[in-house]
Ligand binder design. Structure first.
Ligand code: KIV
Ligand code: NA
Length: 265
């Protein structure tokens, strides 16, 4: 795949090729992630946490998401860029949802939007899809509803919630979503859903039986040493690496080691 499209992802699922997805929020990170060969870059509203330092994803605004997304789009050559619709920009009514999605597409140049929820937001999803904007769904532990859940523990362990999740996943497929994220649910349930729909299911904390995986880039690079859920694999310890580089710099400045003869004009 020279350039990833929504169609490429559906083809990947049909061919049994797993989809790789990571978040990015700025140009430099997007450029690195893209050149490393990622399929999908998600401009997640997790920017609210990792970029802005908020406790939850709720405070980030549509304007802020557009700023992050436009930076990412400038850094991405091959990857499909999916942008989260932030809390409050789509829940009140379908027309506002469409307006928000249009702003993201027009002002950031992103390729698709992601919304949290199933049946409750089906009219909004329909309206956005009718405008020709691809939609990625997001079910399970949807962080914009954290105050409703009251806990970050695994969702859909009980039958009633699991049944609703299955119904919602089928609904999203039927509406025409090109893909779907499942967050923090039992692996068995996630696999069952992935096997029962034709659109790719991308998991985070949803086990290996799905069609692709997504992680927050700061978490997988180990920039964040306080957040260690079971589903997270750390590929680096950038927190330690960066801290020691920076303290070395401080020391070199203090000791007048930096800059040396060659590092000046
Ligand atoms: O905002 C985000 O980073 C996400 C992923 C965790 C799926 O929605
Ligand atoms: Na998100």
């Amino acid at each position: 795949y020279k350039k990833i499209t929504t169609k490429s992802l559906i083809d990947m699922k049909a061919q049994g090729e797993k989809i790789s997805m990571l978040t990015a929020y700025d140009f430099t990170m997007a450029k690195i992630v893209d050149s490393a060969g990622i399929d999908v870059i998600l401009v997640g509203d997790s920017a609210s946490n990792v970029m802005a330092g908020h406790e939850t994803t709720l405070p980030i605004t549509l304007d802020q998401m557009i700023y992050h997304a436009s930076s990412v789009v400038r850094g991405a050559d091959r990857a499909l860029v999916v942008v989260d619709l932030p809390f409050g920009s789509y829940q009140s009514d379908p027309r506002e949802a469409l307006r928000s999605a249009i702003r993201i597409m027009k002002e950031s140049g992103g390729h698709a939007v992601k919304l949290e929820g199933g049946k409750e937001i089906k009219d909004s999803i329909k309206k956005i899809l009718n405008a020709g904007i691809p939609v990625m769904g997001h079910l399970g532990l949807t962080p914009q509803s954290i105050y409703k859940f009251g806990t970050y523990t695994v969702r859909a362990k009980e039958e009633q919630e699991a049944l609703k999740l299955i119904e919602d996943a089928k609904l999203l497929e039927k509406l025409g979503c090109f893909s779907l994220v499942l967050e923090k649910i039992p692996a068995k349930l996630a696999q069952q859903i992935a096997e029962s729909i034709s659109i790719p299911v991308i998991g985070i904390g949803a086990g290996s039986g799905v069609d692709g995986q997504v992680l927050v880039i700061h978490d997988m690079l180990g920039m964040n040493n306080e957040f260690s859920p079971r589903f997270l694999r750390r590929y680096m310890n950038l927190y330690e690496g960066m801290t020691s580089a920076i303290s070395q710099y401080v020391e070199d400045v203090k000791s007048k080691d930096f800059p040396n003869e060659k590092e000046q004009y």
